[in-house]
Design a protein around this ligand. Structure first.
Ligand code: 2HG
Ligand code: ZN
Length: 468
């Protein structure tokens, strides 16, 4: 494992000189807060937290780190689910929270340039006020930051129709580990000049450069939305319906699946309508567009698809309030699971046709080891969050069984052409699974890229690869 020098009092004084007294935190409450994110059961404290306000300050911090060999871990809103923002070797937590401005909104070219620390929900609301739409909608949109979304290539329900964060990034401003500021991409819809550094940095989990600003693409806000809730009496039926919806051209903006146990857990936090409580599985769809009649026709087509499998009494919500109530069911599941039990989440993604088998496999790997599996997520993308619950197991048995269940599940997922994370990233907690989906030759190219960007290995060490 890599060893790094401790943060000396000279380096700390240098940091204070660059960022001012309030730009560097070393009190234990702050170090504790910046030592965790939303990932289960992990905690790594930094030696100090740096809070730059400008790109120049980010560059100066990285220059100082490069000179002294101090590791730097970039951090957004701290909502990550694979430990990507955790300073596993100590050193500096470099929080982008104070770079949170909208630099410009270009309503002629439908683009916006924002700084990395802007809260994603604030970005979404700012453009929606102008009748524009930035579709990516991670569950944590009110606390996550756009820079973190870019680092992780975050997604959410609407990636089903609109793709993940990367589909909306036209260009980046970023700081390399030696403190050099680079700009990639630009304000054109097409751009094939040279290597696509923009898309290399998206999803690189803060291991190659620190993103400080992004130029994002916008579209017009769809004028109408419909929410459909389809309760199925079998999980197999719901899972099979998913791929059929796309073949039939229903084109949902979102297509989410929740199994009965997820509904059961979330019922302690939000009301479940009478027609849905006994479902073995629930599909929640959003349809959007500019023609309300066409939306109703697509909703009818969805019902026809369901009827090829079983008779389903679909709830169609047209009013915003009714839609919100249905979406709350889905949005609160993660909180409900967290409140119920210690758990470990496997962010599985498979071809849509394998969804039913995925849930079966999740149940089997869990029950073989006295665990409970709760499956829910972005079925339209084949992306299910499989939550393995500890229940009453003692600590040692839980850890052993959890790891074995997860390993068997991911082996199976890789075998059916799936992947070991759909949207939460490899980060720290999933590193051992990356070789299941990246062959040795691909791993070698990835390591070469890391070395080219960060020869001293000071930027977000310990992430993605197991041996750094
Ligand atoms: C979701 O889809 C999020 O709700 C969060 O990706 C999942 O917290 C989780 O495990
Ligand atoms: Zn999710």
């Amino acid at each position: 494992m890599t060893r790094f020098p401790p943060l000396s009092s000279e380096t700390l004084a240098g940091l204070r000189h660059l960022l001012g007294e309030t730009g560097v935190l070393t009190d234990s409450v702050s170090l504790g807060a910046y030592g965790v994110d939303e990932t289960e059961e992990v905690d790594f404290r930094p030696a100090a937290v740096a809070l730059p306000e400008t790109t120049e300050q980010v560059a100066a911090v990285l220059q100082l780190a490069a000179q002294t060999g101090i590791p730097v871990t970039p951090r957004g809103g701290g909502t990550g689910l694979s430990g990507g923002a955790l300073p596993v070797f100590g050193g500096l937590s470099l929080s982008l929270e104070r770079l949170n401005r909208i630099r410009f909104l270009d309503q002629t070219n439908l683009m916006i340039e924002v700084e990395a620390g802007l809260i994603t929900g604030d970005l979404k609301r700012a453009v929606e006020e102008k009748g524009l739409f930035y579709p990516p909608d991670p569950a944590s949109h009110d606390s996550c930051q756009i820079g973190g979304n870019i680092a992780e290539d975050a997604a959410g329900p609407r990636s089903c129709k609109y793709g993940t964060t990367r589909n909306w990034v036209l260009g980046l401003e970023a700081v390399l580990p030696d403190g050099t500021v680079i700009r990639t991409g630009g304000a054109t819809r097409k751009n094939v000049a040279g290597y696509n550094l923009t898309q290399l940095l998206v999803g690189s989990e803060g291991t190659l450069a620190v993103v400080t600003a992004a130029l994002l693409k916008l579209i017009n806000l769809p004028r109408f939305r419909l929410t459909l809730a389809a309760p199925f009496s079998t999980l197999q039926g719901a899972a099979q319906a998913v791929s059929r919806l796309f073949v039939a051209g229903v084109d949902p903006a979102s297509c989410e699946l929740m199994e009965a146990r997820a509904l059961d857990l979330v019922s302690s936090l939000t009301a479940i309508p009478e027609q849905l409580v006994d479902a073995a599985a629930l599909l929640l769809l959003e349809l959007d567009g500019d023609d309300d009649q066409a939306l109703l026709e697509r909703a009818a087509r969805a019902s026809e698809v369901f009827d090829t499998l079983e008779e389903v009494e679909v709830i169609v919500a047209q009013e915003a309030g009714d839609q919100r109530r249905l979406w709350e069911i889905r949005e609160k599941i993660a909180i409900a699971v967290r409140e119920y039990s210690v758990y470990k989440e496997a962010d599985t993604v498979v071809p849509r046709s394998e969804l039913a088998n995925l849930v079966e496999k999740a149940r089997q790997v869990a029950s073989d080891r006295q665990l409970e599996a709760v499956c829910y997520g972005h079925a339209g993308d084949g992306n299910l969050h499989v939550n393995l619950l500890r229940g009453d197991l003692d600590e040692a048995t839980w850890k052993e069984n959890r790891d074995a269940a997860e390993a068997e599940l991911f082996d199976w997922v890789a075998g059916v052409g799936g992947s070991v994370t759909g949207e939460h990233g490899i980060g720290w907690s999933q590193r051992r699974y990356l070789p299941l989906v990246a062959q040795p030759a691909a791993m070698k190219v990835m390591r070469g890229l890391k070395a080219a960007f960060d020869p001293r290995g000071i930027l977000n060490p310990g992430k993605i690869f197991t041996d750094r």
